[in-house]
Design a protein around this ligand. Structure first.
Ligand SMILES: *Cc1c(COP(=O)(O)O)cnc(C)c1O
Length: 360
């Protein structure tokens, strides 16, 4: 069976060397040496500062939303994302609103947001997603932020290694970036996540928050348990050396898909310069019927691509049951027709050729 992705596992000897160290120290969690090492090495690798590792990408979002005090605040996000983006906002008690996506980039449409703002809409915060690693229009959003004064928290779950054309990490933009280190992501710690902060004092606050709010023995505010363990950090460290190799391999596979499927399906519009994390291989069909036909033929052959992201968030049961409705025609149209094809390290070329011949 072939799934949409297959987690990368490092050589077992390499992982075990880190695990042996954990056994020697008998220090299993609570900001141990491996978590500290992974934090520093990840900051270097990505070219970022003020990084905090957390127990999941969802936890990273929860902490970011808590830091910005989003309970009962107006927050605008994209309807075309993974459920976690929305769910974490709702969990934090935010009043969630949506802005439709751009029909080519599939990201929150900053022109549309500008229209909403001009007509009096005043969110306290926006939560755009770099969907499938594709960077949002960060410059335009920064301009709107300085004009209207809202916070910007990016869900960068797909874009940990995405770089803008000046070679800088996409995580340099916005006030806070959250990412996921889940097993299915490009770089992972089995379960895990991380946050980068523009402001060092927010990092300091978050460090306490993920440890029950404790500051020494006392706590100035309540917290949660959002810590990454040493075993999870060990997996991350064992994979980190291979990250460039993993990316090159997946990029080559994406290039092959793009070549073989050119003019057969539509693709997400990506910037000409910069680097996109090769996290997913999404293709857009002409119609949902075409997609469903292809999908059922795939499934008959034991191939399981995924309908990321379907249904669109505002069409999920948990949103509809609140009785509010949104007109988001572009997100609906795209979410009905996008299929993410299998993409993972070490995927045989012949398998991609077979998948492409099916699609054709
Ligand atoms: C995976 C993902 C998350 C959640 O990350 P977890 O580590 O699984 O909690 C959040 N947002 C997006 C867009 C994701 O794809």
């Amino acid at each position: 069976m072939i799934f949409v992705t297959s987690p990368y596992l490092p050589p077992i000897e390499k992982y075990m060397k880190y695990v042996e160290g954990i056994y020697d120290r008998n220090w299993l969690t609570n900001n141990g040496p491996l978590v500290k090492e992974l934090t520093v090495r990840l900051e270097e690798k990505l070219g970022v500062q003020n990084l905090l590792l957390t127990s999941s990408g969802t936890m990273a979002l929860q902490i970011a939303f808590k830091i910005k005090n989003l309970a009962n605040k107006k927050v605008t996000t994209t309807p075309f994302t993974f459920q976690a983006t929305y769910s974490a906002l709702e969990w934090q008690g935010a009043n969630v609103d949506f802005c439709d996506v751009n029909k080519s980039t599939w990201n929150l449409d900053s022109d549309l947001l500008e229209k909403q703002l001009a007509s009096g809409h005043r969110p306290n915060c926006i939560v755009p997603v770099h969907t499938f690693g594709n960077p949002c229009n960060v410059e335009h959003l920064a301009k709107l932020q300085s004009q209207y004064g809202f916070d910007v928290i990016y869900d960068s779950a797909h874009a940990v290694t995405t770089k803008t054309d000046d070679g800088k990490s996409i995580l340099e933009h916005g006030d806070i970036n959250c990412f996921s280190l889940h097993a299915t992501k490009l770089f992972h710690t089995v379960e895990g996540g991380g946050i980068t902060f523009k402001e060092a004092d927010e990092l300091a606050l978050a460090q306490k928050m993920i440890n029950f709010g404790l500051d020494g023995e006392d706590a100035a505010s309540p917290g949660i348990n959002g810590k990454l363990s040493e075993f999870h950090a060990a997996m991350g460290l064992a994979i980190l050396d291979d990250l460039s190799k993993i990316e090159e391999d997946r990029q080559q596979q994406k290039d092959l898909y793009l070549k073989l499927l050119e003019s057969k399906v539509e693709f997400q519009q990506l910037p000409l310069d910069g680097k996109i994390s090769p996290s997913y291989m999404p293709v857009l069909f002409n119609s949902e019927t075409e997609l469903l036909n292809t999908l059922s033929q795939f499934n008959d052959k034991g191939i399981y691509p995924r309908r990321y992201f379907h249904p669109a968030i505002h069409q999920m049961q948990c949103v509809k049951s609140q009785g509010k409705t949104w007109q988001l025609p572009i997100a609906e149209h795209i979410s009905q027709r996008v299929l993410c094809l299998p993409l993972f390290f070490g995927q045989p070329k012949s398998q991609i050729e077979e998948i492409c011949s099916f699609v054709k």
